[in-house]
Design a protein around this ligand. Structure first.
Ligand SMILES: C[S@@+](CC[C@H](N)C(=O)[O-])C[C@H]1O[C@@H](n2cnc3c(N)ncnc32)[C@H](O)[C@@H]1O
Length: 201
């Protein structure tokens, strides 16, 4: 399995440059779209999409009228792709940064997870949960999708896991509002991912 230091900006930039982006489904996925749809009219909440890649969620939310959306990624290529697709997206909201170095000031209201957690070396999972909690205001929400599946012991992401494992990472910092198999996953992920909605304690 590749180490944390091997899964660096160069690694991810190379995957975009060579088109090895099997995780990229080219659109917002239904579980996230349906969650956003029930939020009501757009407001000024601060939203972070970490490990955002080409950030179709940010594009969707921007089109809905949300203005405080921030996307973070180690690799410049996907952020540039978002900028090309959505010229009106504020350049200052494209954070070419390591998620673990992001500032929590001011805090975010909502963090959106989509195939970022599974891209990290699993040793970073406790730190991921802690960092999400640090970045959110009390009562803020971490929502999205986590693979509840075994991808085997490959060297490259995605790295799988189980809901029992994940629960232990988040329980110290979050109340669990929803943590169950998504019913509206895209076909290849049907039955293999959890929809999570966690509220920061
Ligand atoms: C599997 S891709 C998922 C991208 C996107 N969320 C999607 O679903 O299309 C993982 C992304 O996380 C980024 N990434 C990996 N480690 C990161 C880190 N420590 N901080 C910020 N971004 C990171 C990679 O560059 C890559 O774009």
């Amino acid at each position: 399995m590749k180490t944390n230091s091997q899964l660096d900006a160069q690694y991810w930039q190379d995957r975009y440059a060579t088109g090895h982006t099997g995780w990229d489904v080219g659109a917002i996925t239904p579980p996230l779209r349906d969650y956003f749809a029930q939020l009501g009219p757009p407001d000024d909440r601060r939203i972070l999409v970490p490990g955002a890649g080409r950030a179709y969620e940010a594009e969707y939310l921007h089109a809905q009228g949300y203005e405080n959306i921030f996307v973070a990624d180690l690799a410049p290529a996907p952020l540039q792709a978002l900028q090309r697709r959505v010229p009106g997206f504020p350049p200052a909201h494209l954070l070419l940064q390591d998620f673990f170095q992001l500032s929590a000031t001011p805090p975010y209201d909502l963090i959106v997870e989509q195939t970022f957690f599974c891209a990290l070396n699993p040793t970073l999972r406790p730190a991921y949960a802690r960092k999400c909690a640090e970045l959110l205001r009390p009562g803020g929400t971490l929502m999205g999708l986590l693979f509840d599946t075994d991808f085997g012991l490959g060297a490259e992401p995605p790295f799988g896991g189980t809901r029992e494992e994940y629960r232990a990472y988040f329980a110290p910092y979050f109340d669990f509002r929803h943590f169950d198999t998504a019913y509206n996953s895209i076909a290849p992920r049907q039955g293999r991912e959890l929809f999570i909605c966690l509220e920061k304690k």
